[in-house]
Design a protein around this ligand. Structure first.
Ligand code: ATP
Ligand code: MG
Length: 307
């Protein structure tokens, strides 16, 4: 099963176009996102069921697609996940990747940088763990934090090597966008396909999720006071995201804005985006050469001859 092209187009930020986050729904996509006509026109609770079935189908497709990626060893896939707190990054990774062979898939999470990391350029720690050919890597946060959280809290930039004496100015941020675009273009030319996903959650929904973390003892551990502090900077984060996404959605590394208020839809949509990215590689099962086929025949004869 494939995600509708219109849905992919709707979620993708066109290169050179503003992201217009404030205008984008956090609840649903406008285009019909399910490709089975028989399931269309259903109500919300039915949509949830359909989305769950779809997620299962995307997971199955992804599992096959990943096997092809691994067997061919000609491309790698980098999935960058960015979002506000409690938007559902962890759950998305868990659900989307369930069923994928762990040998060919890695998840890398980027938290506050260490001193060693701060002593390097901002792309260093991410470039060390890029996927090799045949592998899918998911970046749970990424080098984009260096144009997001640092933009909201410029005091985090004390060690930024390229910063002008007067502090971060427009040129400083634009240079970072230019460097990110060049870095990603370089990766693309080296057969790393890049898909970037922003989980677009509303402020109300974030509050609901924080409340449920506070109310439910089983979820208490997920709540962090730091998240509440960051929530106070909501608008600043939205404008940092607006500018970063608008400046770095390119033909070779597009951004997708995925409505994240409904977890079931979010997960299925992300699954669909990843399946589409692998699909575009046009992979086919590697052909076994005639000599190898003969060797396989001989191996079969040998095994059958065993007593
Ligand atoms: P979870 O809360 O689900 O465990 P998380 O990604 O929010 O996942 P945290 O440890 O809560 O993990 O937060 C990581 C923090 O590190 C975030 O606030 C993020 O903004 C911050 N961070 C990541 N990269 C950088 C960076 N380059 N510079 C400064 N802060 C960063
Ligand atoms: Mg957190």
């Amino acid at each position: 099963m494939k995600l509708n092209k219109e849905v992919l187009d709707e979620m993708r930020i066109e290169p050179g176009e503003p992201a217009r986050l404030a205008k984008r729904s956090t609840k649903h996509v406008a285009a019909d996102w399910l490709v089975h006509p028989d399931k269309d026109g259903k109500k919300d609770h039915q949509r949830k069921k359909v989305a769950e079935e779809d997620l299962q189908e995307f997971s199955d497709e992804l599992s096959t697609a990943q096997e092809l990626l691994w067997a061919n060893g000609t491309y790698s896939l980098l999935i960058v996940l960015q979002a506000m707190d409690a938007a559902g990054k962890d759950g998305t990774i868990k659900h989307v990747m369930s069923g994928v062979n762990p040998q060919g898939c890695r998840v890398e999470a980027f938290k506050q940088p260490s001193n060693e990391e701060l002593n390097h350029d901002f792309l260093w720690r991410c470039s060390k763990v890029l996927p090799e050919l045949g592998v899918i890597s998911i970046f749970n946060r990424s080098y984009y934090e260096d144009v997001l959280v640092t933009r909201v809290h410029p005091n985090l930039l004390t060690k930024a090597h390229e910063m002008p004496d007067e502090g971060p100015n427009e040129k400083f941020w634009n240079n970072r966008f230019t460097d990110i675009n060049a870095f990603e273009h370089h990766l693309h030319r080296s057969n790393t396909r890049i898909v970037k996903v922003f989980l677009h959650v509303s402020k109300d929904e974030q509050k609901r999720r924080f409340m449920s973390r506070l109310d439910d003892p089983v979820k208490n551990w997920k709540f962090s006071l730091a998240d509440l502090a960051e929530r106070k900077h909501w608008d600043e984060y939205q404008s940092a995201y607006e500018e970063a996404l608008s400046s770095t959605s390119t033909k070779w590394a597009p951004w997708y804005v995925v409505p994240a208020d409904h977890k079931y839809a979010l997960r299925a949509l992300v699954g669909g985006i990843i399946v589409d990215a692998i699909d575009q590689m046009g992979l086919t099962p590697p052909e076994v050469r005639t000599e190898s086929l003969e060797a396989l025949e001989r191996a079969k004869v040998e095994l059958l001859a065993e007593k």
